[in-house]
Write a protein that binds this ligand. Structure first.
Ligand SMILES: Nc1ncnc2c1ncn2[C@@H]1O[C@H](COP(=O)(O)OP(=O)(O)OP(=O)(O)O)[C@@H](O)[C@H]1O
Ligand SMILES: [Mg+2]
Length: 215
């Protein structure tokens, strides 16, 4: 699912609510069998939901004092209690999958933005989530480097991972998404398959948004 829409529309807030980083005042969020309820505090359900989703951010948020491999084994070791050898085996496999098999012992500051973002994706996958929540994860990258990250996302989708991504990459949303949801002023403005939402939007507001972003 691609989440699109104007700045301030509520895209990041929605992702943060889904992952329990924000609370919310009304309504409820259902993820599989889990239900998150409104209110100032989360109940125990949030732990189940956090196990289902990994989150990837625009600014990578890698641990700068840890190598690539150590970034990826950190949570499996300390949150899931895996043995070091199992965690390393899983991490090596994931890093190969995102094209970084030869950078296991590099430091984050030695990597390009696209490489850092692929480490962040591998790190999120190391917790074996059902899905990833991605908030503008290619926005800080050079146009040429974006593609290496988008390609990884398409691979993951093909393997059945659920992806909910906030993106301004219209071409990517059109090609790769099954569903496009447009948020504006905290509400859903459009919701449907990409061909419909991006080529025949129902609302004038969406037509205006598309004119602006497509130039
Ligand atoms: N807990 C909250 N209570 C009320 N309003 C909030 C809360 N959290 C965020 N907002 C407001 O919700 C609006 C949506 O912000 P959000 O960051 O989700 O937008 P966005 O769609 O991600 O925008 P951008 O494309 O610029 O990243 C903003 O006006 C923000 O100030
Ligand atoms: Mg945002």
């Amino acid at each position: 699912m691609a989440l699109l829409g104007p700045s301030g529309g509520g895209k990041s807030t929605l992702l943060r609510c889904l992952n329990g980083l924000n609370t919310f005042d009304t309504g409820q969020i259902r993820v599989g069998e889990h239900v998150l309820r409104s209110g100032p505090r989360h109940g125990a359900e949030i732990h189940g939901i956090r196990r289902l989703f990994g989150m990837v951010f625009q600014d990578f948020q890698l641990f700068p004092h840890l190598s690539v491999l150590e970034n990826v084994i950190e949570a499996p070791l300390h949150v899931q209690g895996m043995t070091r050898s199992d965690a390393v085996e899983r991490a090596e496999h994931l890093l190969q999958r995102v094209g970084l098999g030869s950078h296991l012992h590099a430091w984050p500051q030695q990597l390009s933005g696209g490489q850092k973002q692929r480490v962040a994706i591998a790190r999120a996958l190391a917790m074996q989530p059902r899905g990833l929540l991605c908030d503008e994860i290619t926005s800080a990258l050079d146009p040429e480097i974006k593609h290496e990250v988008l390609r990884v996302l398409e691979d993951l989708k093909r393997d059945g991972l659920t992806l909910i991504l906030v993106t301004h990459e219209m071409g990517f949303a059109r090609r790769a998404a099954d569903r496009v949801v447009v948020l504006c002023d905290g509400r859903i403005l459009e919701d449907g398959p990409p061909a419909q939402v991006l080529e025949q939007p129902r609302t004038e507001r969406m037509q205006m948004f598309l004119q602006r972003v497509l130039g």
